[in-house]
Write a protein that binds this ligand. Structure first.
Ligand code: NAI
Length: 330
C-alpha cells in the first residue's frame, strides 16, 4: 500500500480517485493547494505525489522532493511540460502520466468551441433568455466544404480530424509523424506553413515543447487567411496571446476558441468571481464578441475522469510492484 499526496485536488478528483480505490489498495491525502516550493512542506511520509497540469515541479521543487524521500511523481494528465524531467532523473524520481484517456473528450471540446463560435450560441442563449428573438449578428458559415488545419495528429488530433471529416470538411494536417490510417481516410499531411496559409479553421493538438512554443505568432498569423478561426485545446504556450489579441483587434483572426492559456496557472480551476482579475491580456480577450475561453475543461467528462483515476492508480501500483513503468516519461 502506498501513501499518496494529491496536490490541487478538487471535489471531482476526490470522488473519482476514491471510486477507483474501493479496494483500499492505497492511502490518499488530498490537498487543494498546488505543488510549489512552499507547499512541499505539506509532504509527510508520502513517497508518491499526484499532481495536475498547473502544479509546478521545477528543478528547485524536485530537489526538495528528493530530500523529503519522494520517489514517484504521478501526473493525472497527459501533458508533462510542468515537470523538469532532467531534474527528476538526476534526483532518482520516476515520473508517470496518463498518456491517453478518452481523446474524444478533448477533441469533442475543440469541436464544441468551434461550433459555439461559428453559430454564436453564447450570444443566442443570452438573447433568447432576454426575450430578444432577433438574428442580427448571429450569422455563421457552413463547415461543409471548408478546409480545416490540424497541427498534431496524435490521439486527440486524430479524433478531431475524423470528426471534421464527418462534417464534410477537407482536412490538412501537420505532424512530425504521419499516421497512415489518417492518410487512408483522406487527411492530407502538409507543412505547418501550408496548414496555416490554407485553413479556414486551425486547431492545435501538438504538445508544448521548445520547438512548438508560440507557433502561432505575429509572423505566422500574417500568413493565415483573413477571418481564420483559431482553436487551442492543447497548451496555452503554443500561442503568443498578445499577437493574437492584436490580430483580433484588426480583424485578421475571425474568431478564437481556447481552453488553455499561457498564464492559466494563476487563474484556472479557481474562483475569482469576487475579485479583480489582474491579468490584462486574459481580461482583454474576454471582451471580444468573437472569443470563447473555457478554463481547461476539455478533459472533463465522466469517461475521461474514470480513466484518469484508474490509469494513475495502475501506474502507482506498477511502481510499487517494481514492474516496468509503461507510462513513464523520461
Ligand atoms: P499525443 O502525444 O498523442 O499527440 C501529440 C502529437 O503532436 C503527436 O503525434 C506528435 O508527433 C505531434 N507533434 C509533436 N511535435 C510536433 C510538432 N513540432 N509539430 C507538429 N506535431 C507535433 O498527445 P494527445 O493525447 O493527442 O494530446 C495533445 C495535447 O493536448 C497534449 O500535449 C496536451 O497538451 C493537450 N491536452 C489538453 C487537454 C485539455 O483538457 N484541454 C487534456 C489532454 C491533453
Amino acid at each position: 500500500m502506498m501513501d499518496i499526496l494529491f496536490y490541487s485536488a478538487q471535489a471531482y478528483d476526490i470522488n473519482y480517485f476514491n471510486q477507483a480505490n474501493q479496494q483500499g489498495s492505497h492511502r490518499f491525502r488530498f490537498l487543494d493547494a498546488p505543488l510549489n516550493e512552499d507547499n512541499t512542506a505539506l509532504i509527510k511520509e508520502e513517497q508518491a505525489i499526484c499532481i495536475f497540469v498547473n502544479d509546478k515541479a521545477d528543478a528547485t521543487v524536485i530537489h526538495i522532493l528528493q530530500e523529503k524521500g519522494v520517489k514517484l511523481i504521478a501526473l493525472r494528465c497527459a501533458g508533462f511540460n510542468n515537470v523538469d524531467l532532467k531534474a527528476a532523473a538526476s534526483a532518482g524520481i520516476k515520473v508517470v502520466r496518463v498518456p491517453a484517456y478518452s481523446p474524444h473528450a478533448v477533441a469533442e471540446h475543440a469541436v464544441t468551441l468551434l461550433l459555439a463560435l461559428n453559430r454564436k450560441i453564447y450570444k443566442s442563449y443570452n438573447r433568447v433568455r432576454d426575450g430578444n428573438f432577433t438574428l442580427n449578428g448571429l450569422e455563421g458559415f457552413d463547415l461543409f466544404g471548408k478546409t480545416i488545419g490540424v497541427i498534431g495528429t496524435g490521439n486527440i488530433g486524430a479524433v478531431f480530424c475524423r470528426i471534421m471529416q464527418g462534417f464534410g470538411c477537407k482536412v490538412y494536417a501537420h505532424d512530425i509523424y504521419e499516421q497512415p490510417a489518417l492518410q487512408e481516410a483522406g487527411v492530407e499531411y502538409v507543412s505547418m506553413a501550408t496548414v496555416f496559409s490554407k485553413a479556414d479553421v486551425i486547431s492545435l493538438h501538438c504538445p508544448l515543447l521548445e520547438s512548438t512554443r508560440h507557433i502561432v505568432n505575429a509572423h505566422t498569423i500574417a500568413t493565415m487567411k483573413p477571418g481564420v478561426v483559431l482553436i487551442n485545446t492543447s497548451r496555452g504556450g503554443l500561442i503568443d496571446t498578445k499577437a493574437v489579441v492584436e490580430a483580433l483587434k484588426n480583424g485578421h483572426i475571425g474568431a478564437l476558441g481556447i481552453d488553455v492559456y499561457e498564464q492559466e496557472e494563476h487563474l484556472f480551476f479557481q474562483n475569482f468571481s469576487g475579485s479583480i482579475i489582474q491579468d490584462d491580456v486574459l481580461s482583454r480577450l474576454t471582451t471580444f464578441p468573437n472569443v470563447v475561453v473555457t478554463a481547461h475543461q476539455g478533459f472533463f467528462t465522466k469517461e475521461a475522469l474514470t480513466q484518469i483515476a484508474e490509469v494513475t492508480l495502475n501506474n502507482i501500483r506498477s511502481y510499487e510492484k517494481g514492474e516496468d513503468l509503461l507510462n513513464e516519461v523520461k
